[in-house]
Design a protein around this ligand. Structure first.
Ligand code: PLP
Length: 272
């Protein structure tokens, strides 16, 4: 019991400390990035429902998950539905077309950050239309800024086309920003992260070509290791997991399942 309480208050303390660091990093931003205050998405993948409830009770509203089944289970969990009524789920994992309905059916789904093709956008649009929700679904276009084979996302060259497609052909979707995961473990002593710079350039290009305002297009970039740096470079949405909830452990490492271990390794997120 004592251990649980200690762990719980650790979550709260971590959130407060991350929010403070976000505030400080925000004040260091270049003028063009100053207009939007960044949002903290607490990435709760592999972590229990109790940890989410604790974080919610500390005032955290936005949570991110990147496995379809896990988001489904947590989103429909009766304790979460009762105790976290205003929770806002972000789906941040790779989405296959045949799983779109599962993700879109999750109560309190707030944003889908990983639309990376016109086909997926179309499928998401059609699925959201069928659900007849009162408002559009917020989505981001995911860009593969590092060009790594194992990373998902459209190429930086095709992001304009994807954004335009969503805006013109997907009336049920609200394109709110661009997202990147980027290379894992970039050494910040070498200067600004090129993935973040690439996403910033993508936004400039999209805004110029499509006549949008920069402040109307968010940037989702930055995780535990680099969220302050990401914010200083213009991020408006940071996805922070292990710094808040502690390191993840994967009991079934190596097993070929839909679960955490394999995809996390593939995404470069495995904690050693
Ligand atoms: C797991 C994950 C994160 C959080 O990673 P941490 O290093 O634990 O902060 C962020 N974004 C995505 C897409 C993830 O899958």
């Amino acid at each position: 019991m004592i251990r649980k309480m200690a762990a719980d208050s650790n979550i709260c303390r971590s959130i407060k400390s991350v929010l403070e660091k976000i505030r400080i990093a925000s004040s260091k931003r270049h003028e063009v990035h100053q207009k939007v205050s960044p949002r903290l998405v607490a990435v709760s993948k592999t972590k229990p429902v109790e940890a989410i409830i604790t974080a919610y009770e500390c005032g955290q509203l936005h949570f991110g998950e990147n496995y379809v089944q896990e988001l489904q289970e947590k989103g429909h969990n009766s304790k979460i539905l009762e105790q976290c009524k205003d929770i806002r789920w972000h789906f941040i994992g790779h989405l296959q077309k045949n799983k779109v309905n599962k993700v879109l059916g999750v109560p309190n789904l707030y944003m889908l950050e990983t639309v990376d093709s016109m086909k997926l956008a179309q499928a998401v649009n059609n699925s959201w239309e069928r659900l007849m929700k009162p408002s559009k679904l917020k989505v981001m276009a995911q860009v593969n800024t590092s060009g790594e084979q194992n990373k998902h996302g459209c190429s930086p060259e095709s992001v304009c086309e994807l954004v335009q497609f969503i805006q013109e052909k997907c009336p049920s979707l609200d394109l709110v920003g661009l997202m990147t995961i980027g290379a894992y473990d970039y050494d910040l002593s070498k200067g600004p992260n090129p993935d973040f710079q690439c996403l910033v350039r993508c936004r400039e290009e999209v805004c110029e070509k499509l006549g949008l305002q920069q402040e109307d297009l968010e940037l989702s970039m930055g995780m535990s290791g680099d969220y302050e740096h990401a914010i200083e470079n213009g991020s408006t949405n940071v996805r922070v997991g292990s710094t808040i909830f502690g390191a993840r452990s994967y009991p079934n490492k190596g097993e070929k399942t839909d679960g955490a271990a394999v995809s996390d390794v593939a995404n470069g997120f495995a904690d050693s």
